[in-house]
Design a protein around this ligand. Structure first.
Ligand SMILES: [Zn+2]
Length: 288
């Protein structure tokens, strides 16, 4: 499981960017090393076919890239093509360049990376306020991986907006109007990711935590995202945002006709694996 691929350049206060601190960004050189070291790379479709037939999938690894970032086409696709490798790209169909929304976490990270003041404070859904520096490695790491980030992901949508607004106000940073254009691919570019053995997969519409949604909202997020990609993708693979799923979520994904769904639970796929609860390994930057 990969997310962003971009140079490791310091941002506000000379700190690493938020993706780097979270472990969701590799440099192009680091990805290149991972791809060169990868054991046999197999297309996801081969794994899906093996599981339908209840046979052991071919040995190797499946490569997945989440969230439809611009560099997946500009940088990652050429690196894969050079090596003749296939990958699956999971896109949230409401988050895109050319009029799409921006994911909550991308907005959060942008504000932290562009902070002009040294500390920030946000209201927590449980009551109270979280206040902490944003100009130290420890402080920024708390904003990216700690209590306020967890609270943000679990908060109701109206409170999520309040938290993002409060982070913007207290850091003195602002979200650019064209942030979605800077971050993501356009929908007409998505099919280009699926050339060769590559595959497109659905990752909901707006990337919510699915277990927090009511039945109607859950169904909309799953069904609409899969329907939007189906013309471009003969099979519809799915990825649970933030790896968040339960039996109710899996049932909705199954009824929507997903051929597979990936989690963030580490492990290996075997002949008996549930195609709608496939394990994935979070590839983080190497420790220095
Ligand atoms: Zn995601």
């Amino acid at each position: 499981m990969f997310h962003r691929v971009r140079p490791n350049q310091p941002v506000a206060f000379g700190l690493p960017d938020a993706y780097r601190l979270r472990g969701t960004s590799l440099t192009p050189e680091e990805l290149s090393d991972v791809l060169d070291d990868a054991r046999t790379v197999v297309p996801l479709r081969w794994v899906e076919e093996a599981l339908v037939a209840r046979t052991t999938p071919p040995p190797g690894v499946v490569l997945t890239f989440d969230d439809g970032y611009r560099e997946h086409l500009d940088l990652v696709a050429p690196m894969l093509a050079d090596r003749g490798l296939a990958a699956t790209f999971y896109v949230a169909t409401g988050l895109h360049a050319g009029g799409g929304a921006v994911a909550l976490v991308d907005a959060w990270y942008w504000l932290l990376d562009h902070a002009e003041r040294t500390a920030a404070r946000v209201p927590l859904p449980s009551g109270g306020v979280f206040a902490c520096p944003v100009d130290t490695l420890e402080g920024k790491t708390a904003w990216v991986c700690g209590p306020p980030k967890r609270a943000l992901l679990d908060a109701p949508p109206d409170h999520q907006r309040r938290m993002v607004d409060a982070l913007a106000t207290s850091t003195g940073a602002a979200l650019p109007a064209d942030l979605a254009d800077r971050l993501y691919l356009r929908p007409d570019e998505w099919p280009l990711l699926a050339h060769g053995h590559g595959q497109l997969g659905a990752h909901t519409v707006r990337h919510p935590r699915l277990t927090t949604l009511d039945d109607d909202a859950l169904r909309t997020e799953v069904v609409e995202s899969m329907a939007r990609l189906r013309p471009a993708s003969e099979s519809t693979a799915f990825a649970y945002p933030d790896g968040d799923f339960d039996d109710r979520v899996v049932d909705v994904v199954r009824r929507a006709g997903a051929t597979s769904a990936v989690t963030c639970v580490p492990g290996n796929v075997t002949a008996g694996s549930d195609p709608l609860r496939l394990p994935r390994i979070f590839v983080r930057p190497p420790a220095r």
